[in-house]
Write a protein that binds this ligand. Structure first.
Ligand code: NAD
Length: 290
């Protein structure tokens, strides 16, 4: 397949490389002028998408996605698929989707989970919104870049699924960290705490798979001095997108708002930028109630 890949950063670079390695003809463009093994670089985004069957974008935010869409949609061939894998606000995803459909393209918003490790290993999970025909065309590419792709409904629903999932993740990670810090103060051994909670009704992915306490449970960023993993900055980005969507949809999300505020303080005021999002545990241990 002829594919364009716009945005070859930490995620897009390895995703594009995996497509090229699988035998697809990939043309790339990135404003940072990077190069990726097996990918032919174009001089502009519109040059990259000329004549392709699928154009993939993996960009930092909704504003940049809207600008890139304005450039590439008119340059794409009718019936091609515009496949955005960035994490952006639902409104931008829906606007770009409508723009692409109006130009005779298929449009999919397909944010991912799995992080840089998943992008490199080709084991991402894709949460996909958009038309069924586009999903079927893109399915072989999802199978190369990831291990699972779920079609969640019309345009924007991929982003909706992503931010709802990550809002739960932010809330459960904070709850798990709070509980560990309380357990410490009550004199409860962390291993005993893990052994009980991980097999009880307080269990969650945050506790069982990504335990924020060093030396307890499976290996996680806590065992590597909270080097990400999933950086607190990215969790903050996703919680802000969730809060923006909640406001637009008039949804009551008090715990999401509390999690967004805690991660904002952690990243912007408490030196949490660049640390894994599970580093909330030492933050709670250090602070006490004051
Ligand atoms: P990144 O900053 O490493 O990559 C973004 C790339 O886009 C950069 O190389 C940048 O030069 C390029 N770019 C910016 N503006 C451009 C333009 N107008 N035209 C072409 N290229 C442009 O970011 P990343 O970590 O690869 O994340 C990309 C997206 O994936 C984000 O939306 C992020 O939220 C999402 N995401 C990231 C992770 C992660 O763990 N890094 C996990 C899941 C989802």
């Amino acid at each position: 397949m002829k594919i364009a890949f716009i945005g070859l950063g930490n995620m897009g670079g390895p995703m594009a490389r995996n497509l090229a390695t699988a035998g697809h003809e990939v043309t790339g463009f990135d404003t940072a002028g990077v190069s990726v093994d097996g990918v032919t670089m174009a001089a502009s985004a519109s040059e990259a998408v000329a004549g392709v069957e699928v154009a993939i974008t993996m960009l930092p935010n909704g504003d940049i996605l809207r600008r890139v869409a304005d450039e590439i949609v008119p340059a794409m061939t009718a019936d091609a698929v515009f496949l955005d894998c960035s994490t952006v606000d639902v409104a931008s995803a829906r606007k770009v989707g409508e723009q692409a459909l109006a130009a005779g393209l298929s449009a999919l918003d397909a944010p991912v989970s799995g992080g840089v490790g998943g992008a490199e290993a080709g084991t991402l999970t894709f949460m996909v919104g958009g038309d069924a025909a586009g999903f079927e065309k893109a399915k072989p590419l999802f199978d190369i870049m990831g291990k699972k792709a779920v079609h969640c409904g019309p345009s924007g629903n991929g982003q909706a699924a992503k931010i709802c999932n990550n809002m739960i993740l932010g809330i459960t990670m904070i709850g798990t960290c709070e509980a560990f810090a309380l357990a410490d103060k009550l004199g409860l051994d962390r291993q005993a705490m893990f052994d009980v909670v991980s097999t009880s009704s307080g269990s969650s992915w945050s506790m069982n798979t990504y335990c924020p306490a060093p030396g307890v449970g499976p290996t996680s960023p806590a065992d590597n001095d909270y080097t990400p993993g999933f950086a607190a900055d990215l969790m903050l980005k996703d919680l802000r997108l969730a809060m923006q969507a909640a406001e637009e949809a008039d949804a009551d999300t008090p715990l999401g708002a509390a999690a967004a505020d805690l991660y904002r303080r952690f990243v912007e005021e408490e030196n949490g930028a660049g640390r894994d999002f599970s580093a909330m545990l030492p933050r709670f241990v250090d602070r006490g109630r004051g």
